[in-house]
Ligand binder design. Structure first.
Ligand SMILES: [Zn+2]
Ligand SMILES: [Zn+2]
Length: 276
């Protein structure tokens, strides 16, 4: 669980590991909205709070800015929620686009945030060993059931210290020649075979770049829509890990998926932020 703050002036939302980390986020964000409340003249810096009558003038610019941020934070501190989850934003039912490299560890904190709060985890990933390690290191307890669908052969040597005996984990190796329809069918069958009624589902798709590279735009769009529709039956959150900046075709496909995607989140310095 994480702390959450939503700006009431724009669509920005931030989630941090604990509430104390939020002061830096709220202060900087509110200062950007109220930059005209800060002015410099005669070697001095002044700020004039837009929410109350407080105003300050100082010679120390950095100190004055830090004090203003901290003051602005004070106006919203009681609106920071504790024990929140990013998936609450979509009611644990919808499609979340995660702007991060699909194969890197940049978004592992977000992956484990989603997976750790679900009963059934299904992850389609090109780096299964890294995911297993991330889950094992960050979760107090593994989900009731984890099915990792790997696009390559799983190297058990890479995770020798992980005790699979004590975890309800299955590794499924996917034939790399499969079409998006067949990948979708595999995921659908896994959901059928493993989902227990009322259980939260976390479905990670970290192979979208490969799908877009191997197939045309239309089939790639259809793949995500089909998975989203399939997941709507059981309820659950589909996370699509994509780096649109790295791949123009992925960016094109994402434009077509605008209506399908319920929330876009980025990872920024260990914090999660909503991209409006
Ligand atoms: Zn804002
Ligand atoms: Zn004030």
């Amino acid at each position: 669980m994480v702390g959450r703050w939503a700006c009431d002036r724009c669509g920005f939302v931030a989630w941090t590991r604990d509430r104390s980390e939020m002061a830096e986020v709220t202060g900087s964000h509110l200062l950007a909205h109220h930059s005209d409340a800060l002015s410099a003249s005669d070697f001095r810096v002044s700020w004039d709070c837009p929410y109350c009558a407080t105003a300050k003038t100082a010679y120390d610019t950095d100190g004055a800015v830090a004090e203003f941020k901290s003051h602005l934070h004070g106006h919203v501190a009681d609106r920071i929620a504790g024990r929140a989850h990013v998936a609450d934003r979509v009611g644990w039912d919808g499609v979340v686009r995660v702007d991060a490299s699909a194969a890197g560890d940049e978004a592992d904190a977000l992956r484990t945030h989603f997976h750790g709060a679900a009963g059934l985890v299904v992850a389609v990933t090109p780096t299964p060993e890294r995911l297993v390690r991330a889950l094992d290191e960050s979760l107090d307890a593994w989900p009731r059931r984890t099915v990792i669908v790997s696009t390559g052969e799983y190297e058990f040597e890479a995770t020798l210290d992980v005790d699979f005996e004590g975890r309800n984990v299955e590794i499924v190796e996917l034939d790399p020649r499969l079409s998006p329809d067949e990948v979708g069918e595999t995921v659908s069958r896994i959901l059928d075979d493993n989902h227990e009624p009322g259980e939260r589902v976390s479905l990670e798709v970290s192979v979208f770049h490969q799908i877009v590279a191997a197939f045309d735009v239309e089939r790639s769009v259809a793949f995500v829509r089909m998975l989203a529709a399939r997941l709507a039956d059981t309820g659950g959150v589909l996370q699509l890990y994509v780096d649109a900046d790295a791949d123009r075709n992925v960016a094109t496909v994402l434009n077509f998926l605008d209506e399908t995607i319920d929330l876009t989140v980025a990872v920024d310095d260990g914090r999660f932020v909503r991209r409006p």
